[in-house]
Ligand binder design. Structure first.
Ligand code: SF4
Ligand code: SF4
Length: 290
Protein backbone atom coordinates (compact mmCIF):
# COMPACT_ATOMS: atom_id res chain seq x y z
CA UNK A 1 0.00 0.00 0.00
CA UNK A 2 1.12 3.56 -0.69
CA UNK A 3 1.96 5.93 2.11
CA UNK A 4 -0.83 7.88 3.65
CA UNK A 5 -0.80 11.41 2.22
CA UNK A 6 0.24 14.30 4.43
CA UNK A 7 -2.73 16.18 5.81
CA UNK A 8 -3.17 19.79 4.80
CA UNK A 9 -2.93 22.54 7.39
CA UNK A 10 -6.70 22.82 7.90
CA UNK A 11 -6.90 19.24 9.18
CA UNK A 12 -4.41 19.66 12.02
CA UNK A 13 -6.15 18.76 15.21
CA UNK A 14 -6.95 21.21 17.98
CA UNK A 15 -6.80 19.11 21.09
CA UNK A 16 -7.27 21.28 24.16
CA UNK A 17 -8.38 19.70 27.38
CA UNK A 18 -10.63 21.34 29.90
CA UNK A 19 -11.79 20.39 33.36
CA UNK A 20 -15.08 19.35 31.78
CA UNK A 21 -13.31 16.94 29.42
CA UNK A 22 -11.43 15.44 32.35
CA UNK A 23 -14.62 15.09 34.33
CA UNK A 24 -16.43 13.27 31.53
CA UNK A 25 -13.48 10.96 30.93
CA UNK A 26 -13.46 10.03 34.60
CA UNK A 27 -17.15 9.23 34.52
CA UNK A 28 -16.62 7.05 31.46
CA UNK A 29 -13.96 5.05 33.31
CA UNK A 30 -16.18 4.80 36.38
CA UNK A 31 -19.01 3.32 34.31
CA UNK A 32 -16.61 1.21 32.20
CA UNK A 33 -18.15 2.80 29.16
CA UNK A 34 -16.36 3.39 25.88
CA UNK A 35 -17.28 6.38 23.75
CA UNK A 36 -16.87 6.55 20.00
CA UNK A 37 -15.23 9.92 20.62
CA UNK A 38 -12.29 8.34 22.43
CA UNK A 39 -12.16 5.04 20.53
CA UNK A 40 -11.99 6.82 17.19
CA UNK A 41 -9.58 9.48 18.58
CA UNK A 42 -12.01 12.00 17.20
CA UNK A 43 -10.36 15.37 16.57
CA UNK A 44 -13.39 17.13 18.05
CA UNK A 45 -13.37 15.42 21.43
CA UNK A 46 -12.28 18.47 23.42
CA UNK A 47 -15.01 20.61 21.94
CA UNK A 48 -17.76 18.01 22.11
CA UNK A 49 -17.10 16.90 25.68
CA UNK A 50 -16.91 20.47 26.90
CA UNK A 51 -20.30 21.10 25.30
CA UNK A 52 -21.74 18.02 27.01
CA UNK A 53 -21.99 16.02 23.79
CA UNK A 54 -20.78 12.46 23.31
CA UNK A 55 -21.39 9.49 21.04
CA UNK A 56 -21.84 5.90 22.18
CA UNK A 57 -21.90 2.75 20.14
CA UNK A 58 -24.30 0.08 21.32
CA UNK A 59 -24.93 -3.58 20.44
CA UNK A 60 -21.27 -4.55 20.65
CA UNK A 61 -18.16 -3.65 18.74
CA UNK A 62 -18.29 -6.23 15.96
CA UNK A 63 -20.14 -5.39 12.78
CA UNK A 64 -21.79 -7.76 10.32
CA UNK A 65 -20.69 -5.52 7.45
CA UNK A 66 -17.26 -4.58 6.28
CA UNK A 67 -17.00 -1.06 4.89
CA UNK A 68 -13.47 -0.27 3.72
CA UNK A 69 -13.45 3.21 5.29
CA UNK A 70 -14.52 2.03 8.74
CA UNK A 71 -12.33 0.99 11.63
CA UNK A 72 -14.91 -1.17 13.40
CA UNK A 73 -14.08 -4.88 13.61
CA UNK A 74 -15.98 -7.27 11.39
CA UNK A 75 -17.19 -10.75 12.15
CA UNK A 76 -19.57 -12.71 14.28
CA UNK A 77 -21.26 -10.19 16.55
CA UNK A 78 -21.61 -10.43 20.32
CA UNK A 79 -24.91 -11.43 21.90
CA UNK A 80 -26.97 -8.38 22.88
CA UNK A 81 -26.54 -7.30 26.47
CA UNK A 82 -30.07 -6.90 27.83
CA UNK A 83 -28.76 -4.60 30.57
CA UNK A 84 -27.11 -2.23 28.13
CA UNK A 85 -30.03 0.23 27.79
CA UNK A 86 -30.23 0.70 31.56
CA UNK A 87 -26.47 0.84 32.06
CA UNK A 88 -26.00 3.33 29.23
CA UNK A 89 -28.80 5.55 30.50
CA UNK A 90 -27.44 5.49 34.04
CA UNK A 91 -24.00 6.52 32.82
CA UNK A 92 -25.38 9.28 30.59
CA UNK A 93 -27.38 10.66 33.51
CA UNK A 94 -24.34 10.57 35.80
CA UNK A 95 -22.24 12.38 33.21
CA UNK A 96 -24.83 15.11 32.97
CA UNK A 97 -24.62 15.15 29.18
CA UNK A 98 -26.83 17.59 27.31
CA UNK A 99 -26.77 15.89 23.95
CA UNK A 100 -26.09 12.24 23.27
CA UNK A 101 -25.67 10.40 20.01
CA UNK A 102 -26.50 6.71 20.17
CA UNK A 103 -25.12 4.72 17.29
CA UNK A 104 -24.43 1.08 16.60
CA UNK A 105 -22.80 -1.48 14.43
CA UNK A 106 -24.95 -3.15 11.77
CA UNK A 107 -26.74 -6.19 13.14
CA UNK A 108 -27.87 -8.06 10.07
CA UNK A 109 -28.02 -11.14 12.32
CA UNK A 110 -30.98 -9.84 14.34
CA UNK A 111 -34.59 -10.20 13.22
CA UNK A 112 -35.31 -6.49 13.72
CA UNK A 113 -31.74 -5.37 12.96
CA UNK A 114 -31.49 -4.25 16.59
CA UNK A 115 -34.29 -1.68 16.36
CA UNK A 116 -35.88 -2.69 19.66
CA UNK A 117 -32.57 -2.47 21.47
CA UNK A 118 -32.00 1.04 20.11
CA UNK A 119 -35.53 2.06 21.13
CA UNK A 120 -34.92 0.64 24.61
CA UNK A 121 -31.78 2.76 24.94
CA UNK A 122 -33.72 5.88 23.91
CA UNK A 123 -36.54 5.13 26.36
CA UNK A 124 -34.25 4.40 29.31
CA UNK A 125 -32.19 7.53 28.62
CA UNK A 126 -35.30 9.73 28.45
CA UNK A 127 -36.60 8.28 31.68
CA UNK A 128 -33.41 9.22 33.52
CA UNK A 129 -32.56 12.51 31.81
CA UNK A 130 -35.66 14.49 31.03
CA UNK A 131 -33.92 17.45 29.40
CA UNK A 132 -31.33 15.63 27.31
CA UNK A 133 -31.50 15.68 23.53
CA UNK A 134 -31.06 12.28 21.93
CA UNK A 135 -29.89 11.60 18.42
CA UNK A 136 -29.91 8.08 17.03
CA UNK A 137 -27.51 7.32 14.21
CA UNK A 138 -28.90 4.11 12.85
CA UNK A 139 -27.89 1.36 10.42
CA UNK A 140 -29.93 0.79 7.26
CA UNK A 141 -32.04 -2.17 8.50
CA UNK A 142 -31.79 -3.60 5.03
CA UNK A 143 -34.52 -6.18 4.48
CA UNK A 144 -36.29 -5.10 7.69
CA UNK A 145 -37.45 -1.59 6.97
CA UNK A 146 -41.07 -1.83 8.10
CA UNK A 147 -40.51 -3.57 11.39
CA UNK A 148 -37.56 -1.32 12.21
CA UNK A 149 -39.43 1.90 11.40
CA UNK A 150 -42.45 0.80 13.35
CA UNK A 151 -40.34 0.18 16.45
CA UNK A 152 -38.11 3.25 16.10
CA UNK A 153 -40.93 5.69 15.44
CA UNK A 154 -42.79 4.46 18.52
CA UNK A 155 -39.95 5.71 20.77
CA UNK A 156 -38.60 8.59 18.73
CA UNK A 157 -35.30 10.37 19.36
CA UNK A 158 -34.99 14.16 18.89
CA UNK A 159 -32.99 13.65 15.74
CA UNK A 160 -33.12 10.57 13.50
CA UNK A 161 -29.82 10.23 11.66
CA UNK A 162 -28.77 7.77 9.01
CA UNK A 163 -25.66 8.49 6.97
CA UNK A 164 -25.60 8.02 3.22
CA UNK A 165 -21.80 8.33 3.50
CA UNK A 166 -21.14 8.69 -0.22
CA UNK A 167 -22.59 9.12 -3.70
CA UNK A 168 -24.52 6.26 -5.37
CA UNK A 169 -21.83 5.54 -7.97
CA UNK A 170 -19.40 4.54 -5.21
CA UNK A 171 -21.74 2.42 -3.09
CA UNK A 172 -20.47 -0.96 -4.28
CA UNK A 173 -16.95 -0.03 -3.33
CA UNK A 174 -17.52 2.12 -0.24
CA UNK A 175 -20.71 0.74 1.34
CA UNK A 176 -20.87 -2.90 0.27
CA UNK A 177 -24.10 -4.48 1.46
CA UNK A 178 -25.92 -1.14 1.47
CA UNK A 179 -28.21 0.38 -1.13
CA UNK A 180 -28.52 4.10 -1.85
CA UNK A 181 -32.25 4.10 -2.55
CA UNK A 182 -32.94 1.95 0.45
CA UNK A 183 -31.15 4.39 2.73
CA UNK A 184 -33.07 7.33 1.28
CA UNK A 185 -36.32 5.43 1.76
CA UNK A 186 -35.45 4.70 5.38
CA UNK A 187 -35.04 8.43 6.06
CA UNK A 188 -38.25 9.29 4.21
CA UNK A 189 -40.10 6.48 5.93
CA UNK A 190 -39.19 7.74 9.38
CA UNK A 191 -40.23 11.28 8.48
CA UNK A 192 -43.55 10.03 7.15
CA UNK A 193 -44.25 8.35 10.49
CA UNK A 194 -42.91 11.16 12.69
CA UNK A 195 -43.14 14.42 10.70
CA UNK A 196 -42.12 16.59 13.69
CA UNK A 197 -38.85 14.79 14.36
CA UNK A 198 -35.85 16.08 12.46
CA UNK A 199 -34.11 13.72 10.07
CA UNK A 200 -30.42 14.00 9.32
CA UNK A 201 -27.82 12.45 7.06
CA UNK A 202 -24.11 12.76 6.47
CA UNK A 203 -21.55 12.46 3.72
CA UNK A 204 -17.80 12.00 3.84
CA UNK A 205 -15.96 13.53 0.93
CA UNK A 206 -12.63 12.57 -0.55
CA UNK A 207 -13.43 8.97 -1.45
CA UNK A 208 -13.61 9.46 -5.22
CA UNK A 209 -16.79 11.50 -5.70
CA UNK A 210 -17.07 14.77 -7.62
CA UNK A 211 -18.55 17.99 -6.26
CA UNK A 212 -21.46 17.73 -8.71
CA UNK A 213 -22.27 14.26 -7.40
CA UNK A 214 -22.35 15.64 -3.85
CA UNK A 215 -24.85 18.27 -4.92
CA UNK A 216 -27.00 15.58 -6.58
CA UNK A 217 -27.06 13.65 -3.30
CA UNK A 218 -28.13 16.81 -1.45
CA UNK A 219 -31.05 17.14 -3.87
CA UNK A 220 -32.01 13.50 -3.30
CA UNK A 221 -31.94 14.03 0.46
CA UNK A 222 -34.22 17.05 0.22
CA UNK A 223 -36.54 15.10 -2.08
CA UNK A 224 -36.79 12.60 0.79
CA UNK A 225 -37.58 15.32 3.33
CA UNK A 226 -34.27 15.21 5.18
CA UNK A 227 -33.80 18.34 7.34
CA UNK A 228 -30.17 18.26 8.41
CA UNK A 229 -26.91 17.47 6.67
CA UNK A 230 -23.28 17.00 7.68
CA UNK A 231 -20.39 16.96 5.21
CA UNK A 232 -16.83 16.22 6.32
CA UNK A 233 -13.47 15.08 5.02
CA UNK A 234 -12.80 11.34 4.93
CA UNK A 235 -9.58 10.42 6.70
CA UNK A 236 -8.03 7.00 6.32
CA UNK A 237 -7.98 5.23 9.71
CA UNK A 238 -4.95 3.14 8.65
CA UNK A 239 -2.99 2.15 5.58
CA UNK A 240 -5.16 -0.88 5.06
CA UNK A 241 -8.32 1.21 4.75
CA UNK A 242 -9.74 2.92 1.69
CA UNK A 243 -7.30 5.55 0.46
CA UNK A 244 -8.11 9.26 0.52
CA UNK A 245 -8.81 10.42 -3.03
CA UNK A 246 -8.52 14.17 -2.37
CA UNK A 247 -8.59 16.77 0.36
CA UNK A 248 -11.56 19.04 -0.17
CA UNK A 249 -10.65 22.64 0.62
CA UNK A 250 -12.38 24.77 3.27
CA UNK A 251 -13.69 27.00 0.47
CA UNK A 252 -15.35 24.02 -1.20
CA UNK A 253 -16.92 23.01 2.12
CA UNK A 254 -18.32 26.54 2.43
CA UNK A 255 -19.70 26.26 -1.07
CA UNK A 256 -21.43 22.97 -0.17
CA UNK A 257 -22.92 24.65 2.90
CA UNK A 258 -24.26 27.50 0.80
CA UNK A 259 -25.86 25.15 -1.68
CA UNK A 260 -27.31 23.02 1.09
CA UNK A 261 -29.00 26.05 2.64
CA UNK A 262 -30.35 27.09 -0.75
CA UNK A 263 -31.77 23.62 -1.19
CA UNK A 264 -33.68 24.05 2.03
CA UNK A 265 -31.80 22.08 4.67
CA UNK A 266 -32.62 23.67 8.00
CA UNK A 267 -29.34 22.59 9.61
CA UNK A 268 -26.04 22.40 7.78
CA UNK A 269 -22.58 21.43 9.05
CA UNK A 270 -19.90 21.35 6.38
CA UNK A 271 -16.18 21.52 7.04
CA UNK A 272 -12.99 19.46 6.98
CA UNK A 273 -13.35 18.17 10.55
CA UNK A 274 -17.11 17.86 10.58
CA UNK A 275 -18.28 14.46 11.73
CA UNK A 276 -21.78 13.19 11.84
CA UNK A 277 -22.05 14.13 15.50
CA UNK A 278 -19.75 17.17 15.50
CA UNK A 279 -21.36 19.92 17.55
CA UNK A 280 -24.56 17.98 17.25
CA UNK A 281 -26.01 20.16 20.00
CA UNK A 282 -25.39 23.33 17.99
CA UNK A 283 -26.49 21.68 14.76
CA UNK A 284 -29.75 20.78 16.41
CA UNK A 285 -30.25 24.43 17.40
CA UNK A 286 -29.57 25.50 13.84
CA UNK A 287 -26.35 27.38 14.56
CA UNK A 288 -23.64 27.60 11.93
CA UNK A 289 -21.16 24.75 12.31
CA UNK A 290 -18.14 23.96 10.20
FE1 SF4 B 1 -18.56 0.40 9.99
FE2 SF4 B 1 -21.17 0.94 9.86
FE3 SF4 B 1 -19.92 -0.24 7.80
FE4 SF4 B 1 -20.33 -1.55 10.07
S1 SF4 B 1 -21.91 -0.80 8.64
S2 SF4 B 1 -18.45 -1.57 8.88
S3 SF4 B 1 -20.06 0.04 11.60
S4 SF4 B 1 -19.57 1.84 8.59
FE1 SF4 C 1 -17.67 12.40 19.73
FE2 SF4 C 1 -18.94 12.91 17.46
FE3 SF4 C 1 -17.91 14.87 18.89
FE4 SF4 C 1 -16.31 13.24 17.61
S1 SF4 C 1 -17.74 14.64 16.66
S2 SF4 C 1 -16.05 13.94 19.73
S3 SF4 C 1 -17.41 11.30 17.80
S4 SF4 C 1 -19.57 13.52 19.54
Amino acid sequence: KEDMPRKPEWLRVRMGSSAEVKRIKEKLRKHKLASVCEEASCPNLGECFSHGTATFMIMGDICTRRCPFCDVAHGRPNALNPDEPRELATAIADMGLRYVVITSVDRDDLRDGGAQHIADCVRETRERCSSIQIETLVPDFRGRMDIALEILSATPPDVFNHNLETVPRLYKQVRPGADYEWSLDLLAGFKARQPDIRTKSGLMVGVGETNDEIIEVMRDLRAHNVDMITIGQYLQPSRSHLAVDRFVTPAEFDEFACIARELGFSHVASGPLVRSSYHADLQAKGEKVG
